[in-house]
Design a protein around this ligand. Structure first.
Ligand code: ADP
Ligand code: MG
Length: 354
């Protein structure tokens, strides 16, 4: 976007007003008037996103394209994009470091759900203003997670506009081991990692004007989800299909059923609930754990002969893996109680356009 005219919209006016307060926390708008110190687009990129010579890529950011070497022999590139829009995917006052974490975490979660190993990512960033404190905090959250998974930023785009963080991740996975959504077979077990409902609980509390402390486990689950990358890699040879839970178990399981043309029985009594849900009425628990999103756990299908190996994997990863039902040759999802009796259940996952 270099050299493009910058529209003088509402965002730039706000940035200008803030800059005129002339204190040390004034955002430095890239479109500021002459005489005001401003960090421009390129200084912003250099200071907050350029981390020197590429480690993994053949050529990292700074040119017209990055150059990545071919994936490991026998692997395909796995590519996914996820976007976070200010005010829609994150509360407006969200800690920028949490936003940096989550924007990458949701993308790494897609790689995990495919059984892919992270390699690199690009970052397209639209910001209302170039606020150095905001950028510093965003940088810290983003790169702390990127470095943990050795996933390298290789390029991007930076522009002024409403807050929008769009990341594309690149990973690698042998195509025959990829955990596709359309590979479930009737008779497979249905498994889920971790515990469900904490993030949805945090959203509900916030909407009810009840503020959870920053380090409350439910709030951390919402703001700093943990992508299950190691689990996805280990499932390459244990699971047949997988999906990550971004929009709620019921809706995301529905995607597996649709793509694989199978049905499923979900045993409600075995669904692992986050501690925050345990005291709530069942109807509320179901709403949070089945329809609530943002858990970023993995839901997967595996043949029954892999049960022992999957239990051993849970122990090795220190992450609960729970069998919560099975797939059948039907077409629909039946939620049943511990004795196999149907529980009335009508809801689905989150849909931005519903
Ligand atoms: P172009 O004009 O080709 O779009 P830009 O001037 O937008 O290039 O960007 C210059 C370089 O900085 C490019 O290599 C681009 O990939 C990189 N870049 C721009 N914004 C970001 C960002 N937010 N994160 C990482 N790299 C970025
Ligand atoms: Mg550009």
């Amino acid at each position: 976007m270099s050299g493009t005219a910058r529209p003088e919209g509402d965002a730039s006016r706000k940035a200008g007003d803030a800059a005129r307060q002339t204190n040390d926390r004034a955002p430095r708008a890239s479109g500021a008037r002459a005489g005001e110190h401003a960090i421009g687009e390129f200084e912003l990129i250099r200071r907050f996103f350029d981390r020197g010579p590429a480690r993994r890529a053949l050529l990292g950011m700074g040119d017209d394209c990055a150059l990545l070497g071919p994936p490991a022999a026998g692997s395909s590139l796995a590519i996914s994009t996820d976007m976070m829009v200010g005010g829609r995917h994150a509360f407006d006052d969200v800690d920028p470091s949490a936003l940096g974490h989550k924007a990458l975490a949701v993308n790494l979660s897609d790689l995990a759900a495919m059984g892919a190993r992270p390699l690199a990512f690009t970052l397209a960033l639209s910001l209302p203003q170039a606020d150095e404190r905001w950028l510093g905090s965003f940088h810290d959250g983003l790169f702390a997670l990127a470095d943990r998974f050795d996933c390298e930023l290789v390029g991007g785009d930076t522009t002024r506009g409403p807050l929008n963080v769009c990341i594309t991740v690149f990973g690698e996975v042998p195509p025959e081991a990829a955990l596709r959504r359309d590979r479930v077979e009737p008779g497979d077990d249905l498994w889920v990692s971790g515990e469900l409902g904490a993030a949805a609980h945090a959203v509900a509390e916030r909407k009810a004007q009840r503020v959870l402390a920053e380090d409350h486990p439910a709030r951390r689950r919402l703001e700093r989800p943990e992508p299950r990358v190691a689990l996805g890699l280990a499932l390459r040879h244990l699971a047949r299909a997988a999906i990550d839970l971004s929009d709620g178990l019921a809706g995301d399981l529905g995607h597996l059923l649709e793509r694989s043309r199978v049905g499923a029985q979900l045993d409600w009594s075995s669904v692992p609930l986050a501690p925050e849900l345990v005291e709530l009425p069942q109807e509320r628990q179901m709403a949070l754990a089945l329809s609530g999103g943002d858990d970023y756990e993995l839901l997967f299908a595996a043949a029954p002969e892999n049960r022992v190996a999957i239990d051993a994997l849970a122990a090795r990863l220190g992450l609960p893996l729970t069998r919560i039902g099975c797939f059948d040759a039907g077409e629909t999802l039946h939620v049943v109680d511990a004795r196999g009796r149907p529980i009335a259940w009508r809801s689905r996952g989150f849909d931005h356009f519903a």
